[in-house]
Structure formats: structure tokens, C-alpha cells
Design a protein around this ligand. Structure first.
Ligand SMILES: *[C@@H]1O[C@H](CO)[C@@H](O)[C@H](O)[C@H]1NC(C)=O
Ligand SMILES: *[C@@H]1O[C@H](CO)[C@@H](O)[C@H](O)[C@H]1NC(C)=O
Ligand SMILES: *[C@@H]1O[C@H](CO)[C@@H](O)[C@H](O)[C@H]1NC(C)=O
Length: 409
């Protein structure tokens, strides 16, 4: 956590930069100024590097053309990989509920005004917060898979980010945040990112993934700017060379309330919600029947998403149960079905027990119990050089070294 002094300095720096650019850098085109405006709108969810002490850039580069990117040793880790490598063969660090990184109690209190019209009251902020690093900071730290949960805002106007009934920002829309990714990819043309979009249920009373929601999402993901940055392949996870500088969509949503041509034209991998087994220690999801029937079993994803150890009571039991699921799945990733995509969620929670297992307790431990991340450090240490696939974490930066181990293959 930053001291209030650095906090003050960061804000002071922002003011100077904004004033400086407001004073009119004659080189700024309207397009550049418009992008700066969108990135500023996106900040509560996408973040900026001044929220990220490990990549703290000179204030002069935070906004505008340089953006201060490129200070972290993993900011360009894909650059050194051959074009021909299959994405399914890579180890890809990911973040679960990536949009929750600034969801502190202060943020929740501030957002209660935006939620008043709905009457929904979320539980304390700690229940929902799964990250501490901003998305911009996570990208720079090497994260290339992001779990993003969307639904309509309290006014049914546009798509924003939620975690259950917790609205994460009233300002940053899904499309604004996508511009953050587009801009980052412009500065990192050799990288690629997998973006998982999931319709978040239980946001507001009676909210569902209806035709309005689906149409808005479709429009955002197929706009002319999206067509430039989103890989247009469908049902196909190929080589890194095919998708450098691009987003590959991991579609945990259906467009079933729209005419069939919508579903038939949206790019990406369809991880249909009906095929995703809730709270499961490991299941196989076929997203392309044709490809799954081939020898290499591409077109198939193996997923561990056991996020709620129902039968466990104490903190230690919960962490043990979750860790067993992770370990079994990573061992499977290391030994089998090499052309299949493996996705292992290292995140979990169990609020209903006493003491509650908050996401941070699961990831980082509490009262002498080692958290998942510390145990993962040891497990990964013994699996160096193996294919592990996508590993989706909470609070991934703690303890340090998880990314190093994942990327040392
Ligand atoms: C993070 O949350 C705090 C408290 O609500 C807020 O003051 C700050 O502006 C937020 N950061 C961003 C980048 O929105
Ligand atoms: C939700 O739907 C139920 C049943 O249709 C209705 O009685 C209720 O008023 C709705 N709640 C809100 C907040 O719209
Ligand atoms: C599925 O995989 C096959 C074979 O690799 C490919 O030709 C096809 O375009 C893929 N996509 C869909 C949506 O079937």
C-alpha cells in the first residue's frame, strides 16, 4: 500500500500533466486528445501506471504519447518467443475478477450513491476484491489473461463491470476499458491478450442477459475499432504469430436472445455458459467439435474452476481443498493433451464460514495458514519447464516470484 505522501505526489503529478497537456501541446491531434479522454474515463477499471509502484514511471510519461510503458521485465515477454509456437503450449499468467483491484471500502461507499436507485446493498468490499494491481499494471507485469464480468449499469444505459451485486465503477464502461487494451497493444505489438468476458449474474434485481445486453456487447466487440484489435478467428486457438498485437476473445457468454447470425459472426472461442460446470474441480469443454476430433485435441479446453469449497469449514481446510484441485489440474496440464487449452483458476472464496475465507485469505493465507499463492510458489518451483497453460490468480503479485516461475518454461 502506498503512503499518503506518495498518493499525494501521484495526484500532484497528474494535475501537472493534465494542466500541461490542457495548455495545448501543439502536436496533439484531436484523435490523441480524444484517446486521452477515453483512457481517463477508463482509469477506475483499467488503471494507469501511477497506481502501480513497481512500474512507477516518470510522471511526464504517464499520459500522452509515451505512457511510461516498458519498465517491467515481463512487459514484453512474448517478444522473445517464436511465431510458430502454439498458444495452447504457453504458460499464460491471468487475473481472476481483474476489474476489482480498486474496490476498497472507500470505493464502495462512494458508489453507494450510484446504486441507490436500485436498492441493492452489497456485502463489505473485502468480499469482492480479488486484485490489488490495476489492469495496466498487470499487463506490464506479464499478465495476459483477464477475467472480466459485465452487466448493464444501474440506469440500463451501458455495459460496466460488476462483481456480483458490487458495481465496480459508474464511470468506466466496457468499451472505455477496451480502448485501454487497444492502446496498450499499440505500445506492445508483439504481445497478445486473452480477454474472458462473462455476463455477471446477480448484479441487480431481475437483471438478465437479455437482448439489450447482448446487442450492446455485440456492438462493442464488433465495432470498427474492435475489428482492428480483436482477432477475427472463430473457434480457433492457433499460433502466437497469428495474433500478435491482438485480443483473443474467450466468450463466456451467449448471444441466444439475438437472431443466430449474431452468434455466427462474433469472433473468438465460445466457452458456452451451459458447458461451463459450476464450481468444478476439472472438466472438459469442447468449443470446436471439428478441431476437438483431431489427433491433437485442439478445440478442447480443460478447466478447473473450483472456487467455493462447500464442504470445508476452517481456513486451512478451505485452502487445502482448493489447493488439491489446482495441483491435480496443473499435473494434468503438464502431462497430457498438449494441443488442448488448460485453464486453472487459483482463486477461491468461502464467505459463509466463520472466520470467512475472503478472496485475500484464500490467496494469501491468514493466522498462520499459508495461502494458495505461497503454496503455488512451491508447486510451480517443482514444475519448472512444464506446460501449465493459463493460470488465473488473485493478488498475483504476492508473494513475488509467481510470474517468474510461470514464465520460465
Ligand atoms: C481508487 O479508489 C479511490 C477511493 O475510492 C479513488 O479515490 C481513486 O480515484 C480510485 N482510483 C482510480 C484510478 O480510479
Ligand atoms: C422483479 O420481478 C418481480 C417479478 O416479476 C417483480 O415483482 C419485482 O417488482 C421486480 N423487481 C424490480 C426491482 O424490478
Ligand atoms: C473449428 O476448427 C476447424 C478445424 O480446425 C476450423 O476449420 C473451423 O474454422 C473452426 N471454427 C469453427 C467455428 O468451427
Amino acid at each position: 500500500m502506498r503512503s499518503s505522501f506518495t498518493h499525494f505526489l501521484a495526484h500532484f503529478a497528474i494535475v501537472i500533466v493534465v494542466v500541461a497537456s490542457g495548455g495545448g501541446d501543439p502536436g496533439d491531434t484531436l484523435g490523441q486528445l480524444a484517446l486521452d479522454k477515453i483512457l481517463n474515463d477508463a482509469r477506475p477499471i483499467f488503471g494507469g501506471l501511477d497506481e502501480d509502484p513497481s512500474t512507477l514511471a516518470p510522471a511526464s510519461t504517464l499520459y500522452g504519447h509515451g505512457h511510461g510503458y516498458g519498465y517491467n521485465k515481463y512487459a514484453r515477454w512474448m517478444a522473445g518467443l517464436p511465431d510458430a509456437i502454439l498458444l495452447a503450449h504457453l504458460n499464460i499468467p491471468g487475473t481472476h475478477d481483474a476489474a476489482t483491484w480498486n474496490y476498497t471500502q472507500t470505493t464502495q461507499d462512494e458508489l453507494s450513491k450510484a446504486m441507490r436507485c436500485d436498492g441493492t446493498t452489497p456485502r463489505p468490499a473485502r468480499v469482492y476484491r480479488c486484485q490489488q494491481r490495476s489492469i495496466a499494471g498487470a499487463l506490464e507485469a506479464g499478465i495476459r489473461f483477464f477475467d472480466l464480468r459485465f452487466a448493464l449499469d444501474p440506469f440500463d444505459a451501458r455495459l460496466v463491470f460488476w462483481h456480483g451485486p458490487a458495481l465496480l465503477s459508474a464511470a468506466a464502461g466496457v468499451e472505455d476499458v477496451l480502448f485501454g487494451f487497444y492502446d496498450w497493444l499499440d505500445h506492445h505489438p508483439e504481445e497478445m491478450v486473452l480477454l474472458s468476458f462473462q455476463y455477471e449474474k446477480g448484479t441487480r434485481a431481475n437483471a438478465t442477459s437479455d437482448a439489450t445486453v447482448q446487442r450492446k456487447l455485440f456492438d462493442v466487440l464488433t465495432s470498427s475499432v474492435a475489428a482492428r484489435y480483436v482477432d477475427q478467428g472463430r473457434g480457433h486457438l492457433g499460433t502466437l504469430g497469428e495474433v500478435r498485437g491482438k485480443i483473443v476473445l474467450f466468450r463466456r457468454f451467449d448471444l441466444d436472445m439475438l437472431p443466430p447470425e449474431f452468434e455466427q459472426s462474433v469472433p473468438g472461442l465460445h466457452m458456452a455458459p451451459s458447458k461451463w460446470i459450476d464450481n468444478c474441480r476439472g472438466f472438459e469443454l469442447v468449443y470446436n467439435d471439428t478441431a476437438a476430433a483431431t489427433g491433437g485435441r485442439s478445440g478442447t479446453a480443460f478447466i478447473e474452476d473450483f472456487y467455493h469449497p462447500d464442504d470445508s469449514t476452517t481456513i486451512e481446510e478451505n485452502i487445502d481443498a482448493k489447493f488439491e484441485a489446482i495441483k491435480t489440474h496443473l499435473q494434468q496440464a503438464a502431462t497430457g493433451d498438449f494441443d488442448s487449452l488448460f485453464v486453472t483458476f487459483a482463486s477461491g472464496t468461502h464467505i459463509e464460514v466463520d472466520p470467512p475465507v475472503y478472496p485475500d485469505v484464500m490467496a494469501l493465507g491468514s493466522g498462520g495458514a499459508l495461502g494458495i499463492n505461497h503454496r503455488l510458489l512451491e508447486l510451480l518451483g517443482g514444475m519448472k519447464g512444464r506446460r501449465l497453460g493459463v493460470v488465473v490468480m488473485d493478488f498475483f503479485e504476492e508473494p513475488s516470484g509467481l510470474i517468474d516461475l510461470l514464465l520460465d518454461f
